[in-house]
Design a binder for this molecule. Structure first.
Ligand SMILES: NC(=O)c1ccc[n+]([C@@H]2O[C@H](COP(=O)([O-])OP(=O)(O)OC[C@H]3O[C@@H](n4cnc5c(N)ncnc54)[C@H](OP(=O)(O)O)[C@@H]3O)[C@@H](O)[C@H]2O)c1
Length: 212
């Protein structure tokens, strides 16, 4: 079975871990604090295992980097040469507080974190943009929504890698919807036309398809 690891156990990482475990998917969990990762794994049960970041990198077929954009860059600088063949999932939104209670984009308007991260990865790594379109709270409240599941957008150039991540999205309780290649990442990042903050809700897969 595919080995899935999540590095970064804050709002998104811990929520995604819980959704995946609920969906029957084993996960390796890593953060800066191994004791905190162990505590979270203990709460999530037998399917969750705490590991170091290095072990997550080395064991994962799918590595979700659930940390901030700049930290993803640092992790790639440190571990990039060990990511050959690894599907690297980037959920990041390149934003920072704007000082007025809102957020501002930290990279040029016409760029996406997804494309920048993909460009920093070694040629053998397989980038997929996913799990950054919904707020962490929506990953909780809309998972396995009835009667119509919510859409989980992703972008990937590598079709097979995208399909592996689509299966993860499904296990996490959402209907996977491919928006296009990594070049389409901006649409599903914050301020993009398909981001939850723009749409104002979690669309169904059918609604999502109409928006594509
Ligand atoms: N929150 C959302 O609703 C949301 C929605 C969509 C996308 N995202 C994206 O998801 C990413 C994570 O956001 P978040 O809200 O989950 O942030 P967060 O709650 O601040 O969590 C970030 C986590 O990264 C960990 N971390 C920092 N440096 C690390 C390192 N070198 N190695 C391993 N772990 C490290 C932090 O650990 P410490 O606790 O030790 O600092 C923290 O647990 C961001 O890129 C964000 O744009 C967030």
């Amino acid at each position: 079975m595919t080995t899935t690891a999540i590095v970064g156990l804050g709002n998104i990482g811990s929520r995604l871990a819980a959704d995946l475990v609920d969906g029957g998917r084993p996960v390796l969990l890593a953060g800066r604090d191994l004791a905190a990762a162990r505590e979270l794994a203990g709460r999530l049960g037998d399917r969750a295992t705490a590991v170091t970041t290095a072990e997550a990198v080395d064991r994962a077929d799918v590595l979700v980097l659930a940390v901030w954009f700049d930290t993803i860059k640092e992790l790639i600088a440190e571990y990039g040469d060990r990511l050959d063949g690894t599907i690297v999932v980037d959920p990041s939104n390149p934003i920072a507080p704007d000082g007025a209670g809102g957020f501002t984009k930290t990279i040029p308007e016409d760029q996406s974190a997804g494309e920048i991260i993909a460009g920093l990865l070694p040629p053998g790594a397989r980038p997929v943009k996913a799990f950054g379109t919904l707020m962490a709270d929506s990953l909780r409240t809309a998972a396995n929504r009835t009667p119509h599941r919510g859409a989980g957008f992703y972008a990937a150039d590598d079709t097979a890698a995208g399909e592996v991540v689509a299966a993860l999205i499904s296990d996490a309780g959402f209907d996977p919807v491919r928006v296009g290649g990594i070049g389409s990442s901006r649409r599903i990042e914050v301020f993009g036309d398909l981001h939850e903050g723009t749409i104002g809700s979690v669309p169904t897969a059918r609604e999502a398809a109409e928006l594509l």
